[in-house]
Design a binder for this molecule. Structure first.
Ligand code: HDD
Length: 730
């Protein structure tokens, strides 16, 4: 255990909880200290190795050099086989009301209890250094440090999965990862092997609709939903079990960027999501989610048109509403990325009394995989002793030894039953908090097979498509066209069209048009490439079903919360001669609502307003880009406008902001800058509140009084209707 030293806070906000207080014991702070070896010897010269003469050979005796180089040589650990790139944060969770009627999990029964959490968000396919804005699923893993041990909710930002059985997981991951001969492409599913695999896996149909939707390119980790995906069980103190689906509902709304924007951000700031999460927490704008549950009584297991154990299905919220039962707030950044975010080890099998598993075959396989992967990733069986992984409650058992063991277990016994230590540590009765597995009755033959109740692959994929807004549907069509367009082998594209045709004929036809292909007719019986050698293919033929609903509001992002501009990034484009009033009044009004406002000018340093005021510049047109902002404002000032009109980067900034459907506001005296943009001719004729909130463009001769309206525009996030027709030069 590292020596405990006093840690002075460097960040403005450090929220403490039970877990972070325990982490303090492991924190080391070097400020004001002397340099030492790992064994505590003070070092006098860290600039020169020990040599025979000042030009001589280096001596093997130099234990300081050897120790430093050796440690450095061993600094890297294997990255996660999936979800390698991620960002973490500490926080707390509190349940709103006592849930003891459905679960005995203590942290869900006591509204007075604050449970520390550590959350890691991630992309799936890319390696540790890849871009945040890849089109991908996002991991959403939460470790609750409860008073009954750790509970890990290891979910994603999409509520379903590609495959139904864990035995196919290595195939899926091999297909999506860079191709093995040339390791191309990084962090992308737009390549032959991924779509080759998917085209033979009709069970993926629902998931690929989510993956091709804007959910796969979030604006921020803070603006994503989270889902436990599988059906789990909640069990109350009387042993009564209910099925449950877990949800995280962000109080910041669910927002995404445009695909062209995502690709640009990947170059301009590959750490966009990591930075966004970090900055928001440092600024005290703590992201919040409500924990939602959909509860299904045990006796209702078979009342749906799909199987609750099938991880490619949601329970539509119209059939079972999501009850919001508590709130999670992320309020503290980690002190050290490696020690916390990299070494945190999640496992779906980490449950506490009152939470249990179902027989979902994907979940069952995951129950094996997570501990297994930590053994190689973190180097041995004692990874639970790494500070970030320790529960806040003590550990007592007869497990011993292994690489890097930290605990010093006292006494002679490491077995049970024993008499020498009066049989300690003892088992706990259920009433004392002992975990008792749900006594599910199982009476079955041992068999490798898939239930016929798992073969409705298209009705929920179609439900998802039909529930999207017009703009979201267009984005889906564009995403399929892009991804399949990157596939080199034409027969893979064609097979995918045949598969999509079973989801929605219009979708398949639109994608086929982009690809310059015809939609083939592939009979249901020929769709599935995932059939055991001796099976009757009829047992593996997908079913074409209508589904229970035509539309589900919750599946679209169109109706999400749009009530705040807190933490939204606004660019103010300005140059010397800017009208001070028109700049500062709007800036102050936006900052007052929690927005982050940057002044962007032709060069760094300061600009001089027309009133001779010096104004600090945050970014230049070289260091900033419109894709890193949510909205743009052009203040007035004749000289400033003349400079910006002639500054190609400023005009490009505006063109891109328009292309990506962002809110744009301008002082009427800056109209000449807008005249230089390609969208000038598309500006509305008048700027009534209604037009402005529809078009997202505001030109006003008194923006200080219109700042409120501009804020409303920004809160609306995007004006996707501007995309019709969608081809815009920028
Ligand atoms: Fe997984 C990591 C989520 C299926 C095997 N998974 C991992 C992480 C998340 C998920 C969020 C990153 C955790 C972190 O931040 O450290 N995985 C899911 C979801 C799934 C899913 C929501 C389907 C519903 N996973 C899945 C299957 C298997 C795995 C079917 C294997 C049979 N997952 C792993 C893993 C990883 C992992 C290999 C890699 C790193 C790690 O566990 O710690 O064990």
């Amino acid at each position: 255990m590292a020596k405990k030293t006093t840690v002075k806070d460097t960040s403005p906000i450090k929220q403490d909880n039970d877990k972070t207080a325990k982490l303090e014991a492991f924190v080391a702070d070097d400020r004001g200290e002397k340099l030492t070896t790992n064994h505590g010897v003070k070092i006098n010269d860290d600039q020169n190795s020990l040599k025979a003469g000042d030009r001589g050979a280096t001596l093997l005796e130099d234990f300081i050099l050897r120790e430093k180089i050796t440690h450095f040589d061993h600094e890297r650990i294997p990255e996660r086989v999936v979800h390698a790139r991620g960002s973490g944060a500490h926080g707390v969770f509190k349940v709103y009301e006592d849930m003891s009627d459905i679960t005995r999990a203590a942290f869900l029964c006591d509204p007075g209890q604050e449970t520390p959490v550590f959350v890691r968000f991630s992309t799936v396919a890319g390696s540790r250094g890849s871009t945040d804005l890849a089109r991908d699923v996002r991991g959403f893993a939460v470790k609750f440090y409860t008073q009954e041990g750790n509970f890990d909710l290891v979910g994603n930002n999409m509520p379903v999965f590609f495959i139904q059985d864990a035995v196919k997981f290595p195939d899926l991951v091999h297909a999506v990862k860079p191709e093995p001969d040339n390791e191309i492409p990084q962090a992308a599913s737009a390549h032959d092997t991924f779509w080759d695999f998917i085209s033979f896996m009709p069970e993926s149909a629902h998931m690929i609709m989510w993956l091709m939707s804007d959910r796969a390119i979030p604006r921020s980790y803070r603006m994503m939903e989270g889902f436990g995906v599988h059906t789990f069980r909640l069990v109350n103190a009387s042993g009564v079990s209910s099925f449950v689906k877990f949800h995280w509902k962000p109080l910041q709304g669910v927002h995404s960027v445009a695909w062209d924007e995502a690709q640009n951000i990947s170059g301009k700031d590959p750490d966009f999501h990591r930075r966004d999460l970090w900055d928001a927490i440092e600024a005290g704008a703590f992201p919040e989610w409500e924990l939602g549950v959909q509860i299904v009584a045990e006796e209702d297991e078979f009342k749906f048109g799909f199987d609750l154990l099938d991880p490619t299905k949601i329970i539509p919220e119209e059939l079972v509403p999501v009850q919001r039962i508590g709130k999670m707030t992320l309020n503290r950044n980690p002190d050290n990325f490696f020690a916390e975010t990299e070494q945190v080890a999640f496992h779906v099998g980490h449950v506490v009394p009152g939470i249990d598993f179902t027989n979902d075959p994907l979940l069952q396989g995951r129950l094996f995989s997570y501990t297994d992967t930590q053994l190689i990733r973190l180097g041995g069986p004692n990874f639970h002793e790494i500070p970030i992984n320790r529960p806040v409650v003590p550990i007592h058992n007869n497990q011993r030894d292994g690489y890097m063991r930290q605990t010093i277990n006292r006494g002679k016994t490491s077995y049970g039953p024993n008499g020498i230590a009066t049989n300690d540590p003892r088992q706990a009765k259920a009433a004392e908090g002992g975990f008792v597995s749900y006594n599910e009755r199982i009476d079955a033959k041992k068999i490798r097979a898939r239930s016929r109740s798992f073969f409705d692959h298209f009705s929920q994929a179609r439900l998802f498509f039909n529930s999207q807004s017009e703009a979201e549907k267009n984005h889906l069509i564009d995403a399929f066209s892009f991804e399949l367009g990157k596939v080199k082998m034409v027969d893979i594209r064609t097979r995918m069209l045949g598969l999509l045709n079973h989801v929605d004929k219009g979708l398949a036809a639109a994608v086929a048009y982009s690809l310059g292909l015809h939609v083939p007719t592939i009979p249901l019986a020929e769709l599935n490439g995932s059939i055991p050698a001796d099976a009757d293919p009829a047992d593996y033929t997908p079913e074409q079903k209508e589904g229970e609903l035509a539309k589900s509001e919750a599946l679209s992002m169109a109706g999400t919360l749009k009530d705040s501009i807190a933490t939204r990034k606004i660019a103010i484009l300005a140059a010397d001669g800017v009208d001070d009033q028109s700049l500062s009044k709007v800036k102050d009004a936006l900052v007052a609502q929690g927005a982050i406002v940057h002044i962007i000018a032709p060069k760094l340093g300061t600009i001089l307003s027309q009133e001779d005021q010096q104004i600090d510049v945050d970014e230049s047109f070289l260091t900033a880009a419109s894709v890193l902002y949510d909205a743009v404002y052009l203040p007035g000032g004749i000289n400033s406008s003349a400079t910006l009109e002639a500054e190609a980067n400023a005009v490009h900034f505006l063109n891109e902001a328009f292309k990506h459907c962002k809110a744009i506001a301008a002082d009427a005296t800056a109209i000449q800058v807008l005249e230089a943009t390609y969208f000038y001719k598309k500006l509305p004729d008048e700027y009534s509140q209604e037009t402005v909130l529809r078009e997202g463009i505001l030109v006003s001769d008194d923006l200080s009084s219109s700042a409120e309206l501009f804020a409303k525009m920004i809160a609306l996030h995007r004006f996707w209707d501007r995309e019709v027709p969608r081809k815009i030069p920028a």
